[in-house]
Design a protein around this ligand. Structure first.
Ligand SMILES: Cc1cc2nc3c(=O)[nH]c(=O)nc-3n(C[C@H](O)[C@H](O)[C@H](O)COP(=O)(O)O)c2cc1C
Length: 185
């Protein structure tokens, strides 16, 4: 199974990126994970959408070829970071690579409830006509937020080490794998 992960933070020591790296290593027997390069994407420009820069083509190809997409994002000003919205805007045009694509949203926060608004907005964006992703349904424990991140990730490796959180994540990832498999049937 091929999974593309999009991280909404460009920060080097981003907790959301650290979660992506932890998942890449921990679930390597369950799926191949590629972390998408959204830093290289230029600002979305409708004049360019039919013949976009190579970075956009690469990003869209990666999503198109993936069996599923995991989006791990912080909350910026009660929504998703602009870099993530920009990536989704590129993906929503011409060959609309997200249509029917299984997506699992995730978020990591230093606080208690951060990312809740971002994840709610993300679900709205993913449901829009240009995207139409197959989002892991809300409820049923599918809204995953890892809080108090500074207590759960170890220095200097940056890995998520909190056992309870890892077990919780294992069950959520297994649920997403089933969701991706069902989507193919
Ligand atoms: C521009 C900006 C806006 C932010 N807005 C929010 C917010 O609305 N709600 C929130 O809970 N945290 C907010 N934060 C805090 C981030 O969620 C926090 O810094 C988080 O750790 C960033 O994720 P990262 O570690 O993956 O970079 C904001 C941070 C920045 C830089």
């Amino acid at each position: 199974m091929n999974i593309v992960t999009i991280v909404g933070s460009l920060r080097k020591n981003s907790y959301n990126r650290r979660l992506a790296k932890t998942m890449e290593e921990r679930y390597k027997d369950k799926f191949n994970m590629q972390i998408a390069d959204i830093r290289s994407l230029p600002h979305y420009d409708q004049d360019e959408e039919n013949n976009p820069p190579q970075a956009v083509k690469d990003f869209k190809d990666a999503v198109s070829n993936a069996d599923g997409v995991i989006i791990i994002t912080p909350e910026y000003n009660w929504s998703v970071p602009g870099v993530l919205k920009n990536a989704l805007d590129w993906a929503s045009r011409v060959d609309k690579v997200f249509i029917g694509k299984p997506v699992m949203p995730l978020g990591v926060t230093l606080g208690m409830l951060g990312t809740i608004r971002a994840q709610a907005h993300l679900r709205e964006i993913l449901a829009s006509s240009g995207i139409q992703a197959k989002i892991l349904p809300p409820g049923a424990g599918n809204e995953v937020l890892i809080n108090f991140a500074n207590q759960k990730f170890e220095e200097p490796t940056g890995q998520l080490v909190d056992e309870e959180t890892l077990k919780f994540l294992d069950s959520k990832v297994d649920g997403f794998i089933d969701f991706v498999k069902q989507s193919k049937q």
